[in-house]
Design a protein around this ligand. Structure first.
Ligand SMILES: Cc1cc2nc3c(=O)[nH]c(=O)nc-3n(C[C@H](O)[C@H](O)[C@H](O)COP(=O)(O)OP(=O)(O)OC[C@H]3O[C@@H](n4cnc5c(N)ncnc54)[C@H](O)[C@@H]3O)c2cc1C
Length: 458
């Protein structure tokens, strides 16, 4: 038998997959991109072949019998979504070496290993004039991003990445190989694909099938201004955000700028206003917003222009290295332009207690397929991030509370779950009926609770 990526599933690695804390594989796997919670699992299994996932599950069952206590398996690709600590009642299943990518340019689809990052997928896709629906950071994996909804720079034209998920090849809690798809024969797999689309995922995925989209006229850029212009820039943003083209996705943010490239030295250590903006259909749609904001003050940095996948992955200016970040986020409604200036002003003081606060514009995003979260629950997203190595948690919580007192008037009712960095669980990521259906799908796939449930299930 072979997998969708052509691997022979009868081959099995002979040395044990589970390794202890004295091994290199253990050290590498337990350094997640989000380092806010400790990872000290009893063992690590690094899968480099889909069959390794089944082998790892079998070895965990054997280890459980020999230790005489229950163990859980925690799947992890990059650890951008790490939240709850991983302790010695868990085995960390590192999927980061499952990175094969096969593009079908005619069908406009990709089949990707569950540990593949967006940088790898889009580098392969753009050779065929196509892109996957990546988000701001190229180092995020397709799996956690897509299972958490996946809101990227093409969202207003092409929808959430969760809706572009065609099928998932995965293992259930008993180690059985399955395929989650809308046309699967078994109801468990039809419910599983619905849950993989935005409720955080169920079981352990080893291969994903996704849609790609054309973006031959892609334009993108990052613009930065000194924060003194914040009120006027936000007034210009609020007045024109509704006038941009239907494919233009953007983020307006306040940034506390580190003394690092790619930031211009003039902004090092300062507070800046940051516009990240993209349009897959050419430069025209962004003109009203860019003109209005450039007229307020000349930007210190302005990279707007024709772009490729790598350029698109740079516009949000995300930190490339691991950080102990904690975040807050919320879906907001169409009244957001009325409160955006007051909201972002809460992050503009030197001692604001956050390093980044943004408002993303996602209004009009189409729904590609049914799923737990494949329709954007709001027109905008509020998002703020602070690293625990810079601020005590109480100060960060106070900053989030100040912001909440402003955005609550535009609250659309749920949280974009995977945007809440460093949280062990996100209780309001799903409305109750969606959470109940996704929890039932997870229980059907894994009745014994062998696999740690997604933090989006609360
Ligand atoms: C710098 C940065 C920028 C970001 N930008 C965006 C953005 O623009 N848009 C957006 O929507 N999100 C964004 N995110 C959030 C990101 O989508 C989540 O952090 C996501 O969970 C990361 O997925 P991952 O697989 O890389 O992380 P991981 O921590 O490896 O995985 C996250 C979770 O996904 C599940 N999972 C992962 N692999 C598997 C598997 N094989 N089988 C079953 N479940 C699995 C698990 O529940 C796991 O805990 C960003 C995050 C960061 C840190």
């Amino acid at each position: 038998m072979s997998t969708p990526l052509g691997h022979d599933t009868t081959a099995s690695a002979s040395p044990p997959l589970l390794v202890t804390a004295d091994s290199q594989a253990y050290t590498a796997a337990t350094q997640p991109h989000n380092s806010s919670a400790q990872q000290r699992p009893v063992r690590v299994a690094a899968a480099s072949h889909p069959q390794d996932v089944a082998t790892a599950l079998a070895e965990v069952a054997a280890l459980e019998r020999s230790l005489g206590r229950p163990l859980q398996v925690v799947p992890q690709a990059t650890g951008h979504g790490a939240g709850a600590p991983v302790g010695n009642s868990a085995v960390l299943l590192d999927t980061s070496q499952l990175t094969d990518v096969v593009i079908d340019p005619d069908a406009r689809t990709a089949v990707v290993g569950a540990g593949t990052t967006w940088a790898t997928v889009n580098a392969a896709a753009e050779r065929h004039g196509l892109l996957g629906l990546a988000g701001s950071a190229p180092t995020v994996s397709v799996s956690g991003y897509t299972f958490g909804g996946g809101i990227g720079w093409l969202v207003r034209r092409d929808g959430l990445a969760s809706g572009a998920l065609r099928a998932v090849h995965y293992l259930d809690g008993g180690g059985r190989s399955r395929t989650a798809a809308d046309d699967a024969a078994d109801d468990v797999d039809r419910e599983a694909i619905w849950a993989f689309r935005g409720a955080g995922g169920v079981g352990i995925a080893h291969t994903l099938e996704i849609d790609l989209v054309p973006a031959p006229h892609l334009h993108a850029g990052a613009l930065l201004w000194h924060a003194e212009a914040l009120p006027d820039l936000l007034a210009a943003w609020s007045a024109t955000i509704g006038a941009v083209g239907a494919g233009v996705s953007s983020s307006i943010a306040v940034l506390h700028v580190p003394a690092l490239p790619p930031f211009p030295p003039a902004l090092h250590g300062k507070v800046a206003v940051h516009l990240a903006i993209a349009d897959p259909d050419g430069p025209g749609g962004a003109v009203p917003l860019l003109q209005a904001m450039r007229a307020v003050a000349p930007p210190v940095l302005d990279t707007w222009g024709p772009s490729d996948a790598a350029g698109l992955a740079r516009i949000h200016l995300d930190p490339p290295t691991a950080t102990p970040a904690v975040g807050d986020a919320r879906w907001l409604d169409a009244s957001t332009p009325d409160i955006a200036a007051a909201l972002l002003a809460t992050a503009a003081d030197d001692d604001a207690g956050v390093v980044m606060m943004e408002v993303r514009h996602v209004a009009g995003a189409p729904t590609r397929r049914p799923g737990a979260v494949t329709t954007a629950p709001g027109d905008f997203i509020f998002h703020a991030v602070a690293p625990l190595n810079l601020f005590p948690r109480e100060r960060i919580e106070a900053a989030f509370a100040r912001a909440r007192s402003v955005w609550s008037s535009a609250d659309a009712g749920t949280t974009p779950g995977s945007w809440v960095e460093g949280a062990a669980s996100v209780p309001q990521a799903l409305v109750p009926e969606v959470r109940a259906r996704a929890a039932a799908a997870a229980a059907a796939v894994d009745p014994g609770g062998r696999i740690r449930r997604s933090r989006l299930l609360g």
